[in-house]
Ligand binder design. Structure first.
Ligand SMILES: O=C(O)CCC(=O)C(=O)O
Length: 261
């Protein structure tokens, strides 16, 4: 059955989009407003909740064959900002998803401490460097205060390495409505907060990177010799070098699953 999440189909007007991107670059994050239809979000969250399983090591997860895992990515307003968040180029790159993580925890559960997931490229504190990857975060709830379990961040720490959680730098919470999505730069210092109200804390993280595409060049057609080099790969480093993120094994297994269904 198709997940019940519904999307706002109209793109952001270009001046609005420009403004959102300017905020993203300046502070290291921005709330993308009205991505989903608000009235559809609770049902979708409940569909996700009913699919949650406990793993042998006691974690909670959304099984990776559930359509809900990637369904939010169909939202038109999710795609709009990504290429320009990743590159100033007029010849905008294509965008590819490389991470689809669902962080699921019970209410009151202690979560990790302050950290960064990406390091700085270039010269800290001097000029802006476009990130090599950009991430989205989605809560599927109105996040209004610390009790709702928002992520805490140090704004501008994606650029200025003098800012950190241990020297009194300003902190902020990702506050958003259930129909919104946060676009953020993982060079920010950040920390998860537990949910202090009833119910699951769910935080979806989607990661994206740019794929350079020379205009008009058919990048999706793999030259046969390159495909052969991929097939002949010796180990993960070779597979990534010739074929990108996904391993031959995961592609084969994915195809088998499609054939069986
Ligand atoms: O769950 C969160 O709020 C933040 C997740 C996190 O720390 C991470 O993505 O590295």
């Amino acid at each position: 059955m198709q997940p019940s999440l519904k999307f706002i189909e109209t793109p952001y007007p270009s001046s609005h989009l420009g403004n959102l991107l300017a905020q993203f670059r300046a502070r290291g994050y921005v709330v993308l407003p009205n991505v989903f239809k608000r009235e559809s979000v609770d049902n979708f969250r409940q569909e996700v909740e009913s699919a949650i399983v406990k793993t042998q090591d006691g974690r909670f997860e959304l099984p990776d064959n559930r359509p809900e895992l990637v369904y939010p990515l169909k939202a038109p307003r999710i795609r709009d900002p990504l290429s320009r968040a990743l590159s100033p180029s007029q010849m905008v790159p294509k965008i590819s998803v490389f991470e689809t993580a669902w962080l699921i925890s019970e209410s009151g559960k202690n979560l990790g401490g302050w950290h960064k997931d990406r390091q700085h490229e270039g010269m800290p504190g001097r000029e802006y460097h476009y990130p090599l990857a950009v991430h989205l975060g989605i809560y599927y709830r109105d996040i209004e205060s610390i009790e709702d379990g928002p992520t805490a961040i140090i704004p501008r720490s994606h650029q200025d390495q003098n800012l950190n959680p241990y020297n009194g730098s300003e902190q902020e919470l990702f506050l958003a409505r259930k129909e919104d999505v946060i676009m953020w730069d993982q060079r920010l210092w950040h920390q998860a907060n537990s949910r202090q109200k009833e119910g699951w804390r769910i935080f979806t993280i989607y990661g994206f990177y740019p794929i350079q595409a020379f205009q008009g060049y058919e990048i999706h057609k793999m030259p046969r010799a390159l495909a052969q080099a991929w097939l002949d790969s010796e180990g993960t480093a070779d597979e990534i070098f010739y074929g990108g993120t996904f391993s031959l094994d995961s592609v084969r297994k994915g195809l088998e699953r499609i054939e069986q269904s």
